[in-house]
Design a protein around this ligand. Structure first.
Ligand code: HEM
Ligand code: CU
Length: 626
């Protein structure tokens, strides 16, 4: 029994800057992802406010022309690659290993490399503002806007290389998620019992692995076009701008599922816990994610209905797009059935998750309109499309992410977020969001084009635009309340117990926050709700029992637990993943600024790689001890 508390010989510092720079703990890495995404959300949010301020009234001159294009491009790029994707990767990193009873991710140092690549890639992209101008061709970077002829500065090059760096991060973290979820589950945790957030994280990791190569290739070709005189996307010399659109959207459409599936996973965790019921239709919810993942690769040309593809091609992509609504609607009905008849606790995580369902349905329905070719011809490139994707991405992904943060914050920090501030935040975010984006449906139908920096007076667009801008500031106020709430709770939040929500999944069986090794003894799983079972089995009128497991002996059921079997191995901290990521970033900087950074970057890269492979994963002192 003594072995179950064999803590690790501490061969490294647990506190201080160095401990964070060298961490390989999935929980700290998760926190770094979330903090980084929060920081970039501030930048992306300010960019959004600038855009809305410019569009508040006709002929406004706050942010015009080239500057508007840069801010618009960076806003989209930031929200997709530096906010939604990494915050989901961060929650996945923190929560999924705990949920599946693993001690860490499968490849802890690769995991650290992923988070550094994200943070440095994000800084690299934003450096473009200071070094000669940000990218300005939209987050989709359509040819020929990205050609040297139309975009001479370094902005597009920053964009190309920044996205490549971020792609490396996404691919390595996906390899890690797939390996971890498939190989490191606790005994008894079959795929059929896998928590739904882990399911969606798994499917999303596969989507990233199959979608990323397409944009990587496209970016590489674009770089050649810009610098080596090739003509992949230049029709004057036999190239084809539509090649870019195909390559981009073959990535870009799965990308929207990359941003929504884990969000759906979060909601599938939160709704049952706060309805005090198991998820309705577990199997359907799990496998509909797989179906969405597959169909998601067959619909990309619905972004290209207006480019003159043959009718039969348009018809195929239209039908395929509508087909996605089936597995999506399956989820929606199952969420509603989960809440139905439950004894619902209207706490902040529930409010945001329930709002997700409502708002996401609006976004999904406008998607179905757009999937119809003649309708799309009318409204493509108008604000109707902007309304559509903000209902799915903000009303969808963002609301779910916020739900997840309210839900797991007590686990991560050991403290609650304040409920009253949470409600205020919810009200502001819900009202602000709808005020901002609902009018855009009408603006689109009235013909207001997207991607324009101003519009004339007298077109009937004034009041709706002003309304949208007012909504945007209310929305921003909501996020101010959110950040205040987080800051306040970190210092003086109410202490949270290990299992504050009467949870279903394994993360609630360990302490809040969990010890570095997560579980002193790996729990054995007998059902889809292992934590719930532990509290309620054998009790016909279930009520929480006082047997809340503690950090000393969580997971003490099952046949294991004999002597040395429980010796815990934790990987040693390492600086080399950071050095390797820094090497790649400095190298990229050399390609767009001064050549001197190229050898410097290569040197760092070589150093990082060489030392990484030489460093044993487990510290020797540890193996010799105990
Ligand atoms: C039932 C499901 C959905 C259908 C049928 C659908 C359909 C469409 C169509 C046809 C377009 C192209 C509109 C145009 O450019 O003219 C579009 C654009 C878009 N959709 Fe969806 N969509 C669905 C769900 C989603 C989800 C879940 C997300 C994100 C989480 C999303 C994000 C986007 C984005 C970002 C764009 C705009 C891309 C751009 O031009 O920048 N959609 N959608
Ligand atoms: Cu799409």
């Amino acid at each position: 029994m003594a072995s179950s508390t064999v803590a690790l010989p501490r061969v490294y510092a647990e506190r201080g800057l160095l401990s964070w720079l060298t961490t390989v703990d999935h929980k700290r890495i998760g926190i770094l992802y979330i903090l980084g995404a929060g920081f970039f959300a501030l930048i992306g949010g300010l960019e959004a406010l600038l855009i809305r301020t410019q569009l508040a009234i006709p002929n406004h001159r706050v942010l015009v022309g080239e500057a508007y294009n840069q801010v618009l491009t960076m806003h989209g790029t930031t929200m997709v690659f530096l906010v939604v994707m990494p915050v989901l990767a961060g929650l996945g990193n923190y929560v999924v290993p705990l949920m599946i009873g693993a001690r860490d991710m499968a490849y802890p140092r690769l995991n650290a490399f992923g988070v550094w690549m994200f943070l440095l890639g994000g800084i690299f992209l934003n450096l473009s503002f200071l070094l000669g101008g940000a990218p300005d061709a939209g987050w989709f970077g359509y040819a020929p806007l990205t050609a040297k002829t139309f975009s001479k500065g370094a902005g597009i090059d920053f964009w190309i290389l920044g996205l490549q760096l971020l792609g490396i991060s996404s691919i390595t973290s996906s390899i890690n998620f797939v390996s971890t979820i498939l190989l490191l589950r606790a005994p008894g945790l079959t795929l059929n019992r896998l928590p739904l957030f882990a399911w969606t994280t798994l499917v999303t990791a596969f989507l990233i692995l199959f979608a990323m190569p397409s944009i990587s290739a496209a970016l590489f070709l674009l770089f050649l076009d810009r610098h080596l005189g090739t003509h992949f996307f230049n029709p004057a010399a036999g190239g084809d701008p539509l090649l870019w659109q195909h390559l981009f959207w073959f990535f870009g459409h799965p990308e929207v599922y990359i941003m929504i599936l884990p969000a759906m996973g979060i909601v599938s965790e939160v709704l049952p816990v706060f309805s005090r019921k198991p998820i309705f239709g577990y199997t359907a919810v799990a496998y509909s994610s797989v179906a969405i993942g597959f169909i998601g690769f067959t619909v990309w040309a619905h972004h290209m209905f207006a480019v003159g593809l043959p009718d039969v091609v348009n018809a195929f992509f239209s039908a395929a797009s509508m087909l996605v609504a089936v597995p999506t609607a399956i989820k929606v009905f199952n969420w509603i059935a989960t809440i139905w008849g439950g004894s619902v606790r209207y706490r902040a995580p529930f409010l945001f998750a329930a709002a997700f369902v409502a708002l996401f349905v609006i976004g999904g329905l406008s998607g179905l309109f757009l999937a119809s070719v003649p309708v799309d011809w009318q409204v493509t490139d108008t604000y109707f499309v902007v309304a559509h994707f903000h209902y799915t991405l903000f009303g969808g992904s963002m609301f779910a992410i916020v739900a997840g943060i309210y839900y797991w914050f007590p686990k991560i920090t050991g403290r609650f977020l304040d409920e009253r501030l949470g409600r205020l935040h919810f009200a502001l975010q819900f009202i602000g969001f709808n005020l901002t984006f609902f009018p855009m449906h009408f603006l689109g139908l009235m013909g207001m084009p997207r991607r324009v920096y101003t519009y004339a007076a007298g077109l009937g667009w004034e009041s709706l635009n002003l309304l949208a801008t007012i909504g945007a500031f209310i929305l921003a106020l909501g996020f101010v309340v959110f950040f205040v709430n987080i800051a306040r709770s970190l210092v003086a939040g109410e202490r949270a117990p290990d299992d504050p929500w009467d949870g279903h999944t394994l993360e609630w069986l360990t302490s809040s926050p969990p010890p570095p090794y997560n579980f002193a003894r790996v729990p054995v799983v007998h059902s889809r709700r292992p934590a719930w079972d532990r509290k309620y089995t054998g009790n016909p009128h279930p009520r929480p029992v006082a047997e809340a497991p503690t950090a000393q002996a969580p997971g003490g059921d099952g046949p294991e637990g004999d002597s040395e079997a429980e010796l815990i191995h934790l990987p040693a901290p390492s600086l080399w993943p950071l050095i390797l990521a820094a090497g790649l970033t400095v190298f990229a900087l050399g390609l767009v600024t001064h050549w001197i950074f190229i050898p410097l970057g290569l040197l760092l890269f070589a150093l990082g790689l060489a030392r990484w492979v030489q460093q044993p994963l487990f510290p020797e002192t540890h193996e010799a001890s105990s």
